[in-house]
Design a protein around this ligand. Structure first.
Ligand code: IPD
Ligand code: CA
Ligand code: CA
Ligand code: CA
Length: 271
């Protein structure tokens, strides 16, 4: 291992440790009454547990890596859009954090939410951890070293026919309305794919593609904290991630299409 690889190996181990610690905290709140606040609408929520989880992560990172920059949803989420959010100082190592991805699921006890931690160096994703503390599933990847679920190597599926492909998508936080374009997009895949799921935690949805349980996923308007970790995990699992135009995905992009690779062009042609 060269020096950079050693550093990034340690970063991944630390990110994993922080995610597990915070996961335990989040689960301990699950049967207690929560203070729930609406942000943009009835499905865009934040609780004191999101804030606590974020605070613990920030404290750990600042104390262990004071020279690294950090970006996280509840601190930086008021920035107008994903592009602007990612035009922050970004040389050297940086941590991109979603303290709870799938807050609505968390509030309802629907067991599909995660802590998502992506680490970039000079704009390149180098480590990713997505941890579902309810199912105890920990997905992780380090650039060039494969993607893992609880220590086991994972891979995307090999499906090449849309009619056999299980897909997923989601609503962007401020687009939960009857004429949202995603409804029309789902319509295009209806009867053409095996089905389309909306399970409400983009980071984990990406990991489901990485581990071959979904063949593809698309979403508009996600933020860097929703996707940083999951994008690397899919890439390391052999999949492909682009924007809706088919260019390699960048954290400042407003659209994301992720797949096993084989079906990618077909997905793009439907979107
Ligand atoms: C949300 C989830 C959801 C996606 C939304 C996101 P949050 O993140 O990832 O799956 O459809 O657009 O905002 O707010 O629960 O962290
Ligand atoms: Ca949110
Ligand atoms: Ca999120
Ligand atoms: Ca969140």
């Amino acid at each position: 291992m060269n020096e950079n690889q050693k550093v990034e190996d340690t970063l991944l181990q630390d990110a994993t440790r922080y995610a597990r610690e915070v996961g335990e905290q989040i689960v301990s709140f699950m049967k207690k009454p929560l203070r729930i606040q609406e942000k943009k609408n009835v499905s865009d929520l934040v609780t004191e547990v999101d804030l606590l989880s974020e605070r613990i992560l920030q404290e750990r990172i600042t104390s262990d890596y004071p020279e690294h920059w950090m970006m996280s949803e509840e601190t930086d989420g008021s920035l107008r859009n994903a592009h602007e959010a990612f035009l922050l100082p970004q040389t050297g190592y940086g941590w991109i954090i979603d303290p709870i991805d799938g807050t609505t699921n968390f509030i309802h006890g629907f067991p599909h939410f995660a802590i998502s931690i992506g680490i970039v160096k000079d704009e390149q994703l180098v480590c990713g951890v997505v941890y579902n503390p309810i199912t105890n599933e920990l997905y992780c990847a380090r650039r060039g070293h494969g993607a893992y679920l609880n220590g086991r190597l994972i891979q995307v599926d090999s499906e090449s026919q849309l009619e056999h492909a299980l897909l997923a998508t989601g609503f962007q936080a401020d687009d939960w309305r009857p004429n949202s374009p995603v409804i029309e997009q789902i319509g295009r895949f209806t009867g053409k794919s095996r089905s389309v799921r909306i399970v409400g935690a983009a980071s984990l949805d990406l990991c489901l593609v990485a581990s071959g349980k979904l063949t593809g996923f698309w979403h508009e308007g996600l933020y860097p904290w929703d996707v940083a970790a999951g994008v690397l995990i899919i890439q390391e699992a052999g999949g492909r991630v682009t924007n809706r135009e088919g260019s390699p995905f960048r954290l400042s992009d407003n659209s994301l299409v992720a797949s096993n690779g084989s079906i990618h062009q077909t997905l793009l042609s439907f979107l």
